[in-house]
Design a protein around this ligand. Structure first.
Ligand code: ADP
Length: 258
């Protein structure tokens, strides 16, 4: 068929990896990385072998979230994933000096993403959780076209603006036929540590309404909890370091339903 737009590359599986799940958001700062790591750890608690790939080349956060700056071993071009919290992990932050900003252009970014998908000794894995870069640009689209994704989890805060962006993310996955596992509402509620009063700093319920409108599952809400942030910054994510908190339970419920 002459003419017409070029066909996108057809996705090819990562050998020895049963499922690849993308965690995405329409914009940065909504808690996508925090959700990714906690869901990965919660999936692992279910007895699955889990890997996590930080696909955010410009703002890698996995080294901080895992509390390690270990440099991966590279043997004959094969990169050994960093083992941390029993997860196999990879991030550009393990490979390059993160004090220097990454100023690469598209092709180099794609090359690095490809390498982290294809040249890492991931196998065997039940699930590889991919913490996607924020937004819905070319890199994200190419990424979803390269690997057959079992599904995508969309993270949003309850605000309208974040939800509008989340819809764009959702549409991107749907366009390439990736099933939407559901929407997570992060920073859903806040319980005052002094008086116990529940408030909704960024609004409440918007993600559930959006999920209903778009006929995709609502996976649940994660409370806004300073402890979630503190534990993330300390490299000890809440699911394993404070398993009885409301937030940890919420992440585990989400992992159980995907
Ligand atoms: P993104 O990956 O979407 O850019 P992050 O996961 O890096 O977002 O989260 C942004 C900031 O918000 C981080 O400092 C993180 O610790 C914090 N954060 C994320 N989720 C929560 C939450 N539920 N409660 C409190 N802080 C949170």
């Amino acid at each position: 068929d002459a003419g017409g737009p070029p066909k996108p590359p057809s996705p090819s599986p990562i050998p020895g990896v049963k499922h690849v799940i993308a965690v995405a958001s329409g914009k940065g700062g909504v808690g996508k990385s925090t959700t990714s790591i906690n869901i990965a750890l919660a999936l692992q608690e279910k007895g699955l072998s889990v890997g996590i790939l930080d696909a955010d080349i410009f703002g890698p956060s996995l080294p901080t979230l895992l509390g390690t700056k270990e440099k991966p071993a590279i043997n004959n071009g094969v990169i050994e994933p960093v083992k941390s919290h029993n997860l196999k992990a990879m991030s550009i932050g393990f490979l390059v000096d993160t004090d220097q900003p990454v100023v690469w252009r598209g092709p180099r970014v794609m090359g690095a993403t490809q390498q982290m998908l294809r040249d890492v000794a991931w196998r065997p894995l039940d699930i590889l959780v991919v913490d996607m870069p924020p937004g819905t640009g070319d890199v994200q689209l190419t990424m979803v076209q390269q690997v057959p994704l079992s599904g995508a989890v969309i993270v949003s805060t309850p605000q309208d603006l974040s939800l509008i962006d989340a819809r764009k993310g959702l549409a991107m996955f749907q366009k390439v036929g990736v099933p939407i596992l559901g929407i997570v509402e992060n920073m859903s509620t806040f319980h005052c540590p002094n008086c116990g009063h529940e408030s909704h700093i960024f609004g409440h319920g918007g993600a559930k309404e959006t999920a209903e409108e778009l006929s995709v599952p609502f996976l649940g809400g994660i409370p806004l909890d300073p402890d979630v942030r503190a534990r993330s910054d300390a490299g000890t994510p809440v699911v394993t370091s404070a398993p009885n908190t409301e937030a940890a339970k919420a992440y585990k419920d989400i992992a159980a339903s995907i």
